[in-house]
Design a protein around this ligand. Structure first.
Ligand SMILES: [Zn+2]
Length: 386
């Protein structure tokens, strides 16, 4: 058992971090500031915490000792984490992290500072971090994560060692779900394909019936649209699905976070929160409320990505491509749509989906953007039935 078993599809990166955490024989392998880049779902933060475990555990990241378990729960005394679901990391958050990076480790060899979304800092905030990266104390290690190097200021980039992750293959992700979560082969393969190798989403689709049902309904709604009024109604239903999905994710995470906070404050489960600690719990709750907006937007985007995968499959069928379908489970329906429409129409729908994503990211009302997109879906099929 080891923390490295929790990862998949990144053998080179794992080797690099293992060597770095391995100890003093390979001085050159270790450095104080790291940047892990890779697309969402490639396992950036999983790798960051595996490396943190390897640095903090006495057995190089065994996965079972108290150190490793505390890293997994994000409660290790020598681990500081900055993870945010908000759009921007505040300068105060980074300031307090920088301050705590100055302390010596209390129980382990190192003090490890993780920033999960280092791309969400404005320049002024990055500059606060820059000073800390320039002269880190000897036993402090920074691990930053971001989608790509280009998302950080050049001054930050030049002070970190970059490790780039690739998108794991669907079979890599399926194997991880089988090995780590005990998911059966068929479900794991399907979830890995349908999530397009996004590890977190694949896990959710494989283990959460509601999430799976919502994805199926999303695709069925699009496939069922034939008229413009139907498109308008479909937009409303898709929005509801996105809301439900976002709420389910938010609830799971909020509950877990609240539990962790209470534990950190020394409040036992089920016990009332003492008066003096209530303000801290309240601050957390307000933070969670603020995040809800972002989470809905992510939910809508997930739906649009799923729809894009649907028409990508239709296009592959129309072009007689040999590539594997993402939505293999509804192949028959896809073949039907591919026959009833032509590639130009499919491309027009894919363009409309891309446009909807862009418009929503620019704060166009989601309902309007979805309606406009689904009307495009209605046009070719309407022509076919007329
Ligand atoms: Zn351990």
């Amino acid at each position: 058992m080891s923390v490295w078993n929790e990862l998949t599809g990144q053998p080179e990166a794992i080797e690099l971090f293992r060597a770095a955490a391995g100890g003093s024989t390979q001085q050159a392998a270790m450095t104080h500031s790291w940047l892990i880049t890779g697309p969402p779902g490639s396992g950036r933060s999983n790798l960051a915490y595996a490396f943190a475990s390897a640095l903090l555990c006495r057995n190089g990241g065994c996965g079972v000792c108290p150190d490793c378990r505390q890293v997994a729960a994000r409660t290790h005394p020598d681990l500081a984490v900055l993870a945010t679901d908000r759009v921007i990391i505040s300068i105060d958050e980074v300031r307090s992290l920088v301050t705590s990076s100055q302390f010596s480790p209390s129980v382990s060899r190192y003090r490890v500072m993780v920033i999960e979304d280092a791309d969400r800092m404005v320049e002024r905030t990055s500059n606060v971090l820059l000073k800390a990266l320039e002269e880190p104390p000897e036993r402090t290690v920074w691990i930053l994560c971001a989608p790509s190097e280009a998302d950080l200021l050049p001054t930050i980039r030049s002070r970190v060692r970059s490790v780039r992750l690739r998108v794991p293959s669907a079979s890599d992700v399926a194997r991880l779900l089988q090995r780590r979560d005990g998911v059966d082969h068929e479900t794991a393969e399907r979830a890995a394909r349908e999530s397009q190798s996004h590890i977190g989403m694949a896990h959710r689709l494989a283990t959460n019936d509601d999430a799976r049902a919502r994805r199926e309904e999303t695709l069925n709604i699009a496939l069922g649209i034939q008229t413009v009024p139907e498109a308008v109604m479909a937009a409303a239903r898709l929005l509801e699905l996105a809301k439900d999905d976002a709420e389910a994710i938010t609830e799971e995470r909020d509950a877990e976070e609240r539990e962790n906070t209470l534990r950190t404050l020394g409040v036992e489960p089920g016990q009332a929160v003492p008066m003096g600690l209530r303000s801290q719990v309240k601050a957390l709750e307000e933070d969670q409320k603020r995040r809800a907006t972002r989470s809905l937007r992510d939910g809508i985007d997930r739906i649009l990505v799923d729809l894009l995968s649907l028409y990508r499959d239709v296009l592959l069928l129309q072009l007689d491509s040999e590539l594997e379908l993402i939505n293999l489970a509804i192949e028959e329906q896809l073949v039907q749509v591919a026959r009833d429409t032509d590639p130009a129409e499919t491309l027009a729908i894919m363009d409309a989906i891309a446009a909807a994503r862009l418009r929503i990211s620019r704060n166009v009302t989601p309902a309007l953007a979805l309606e406009a997109m689904l009307v495009t879906v209605a046009s070719p099929q309407r022509k076919a039935t007329l």
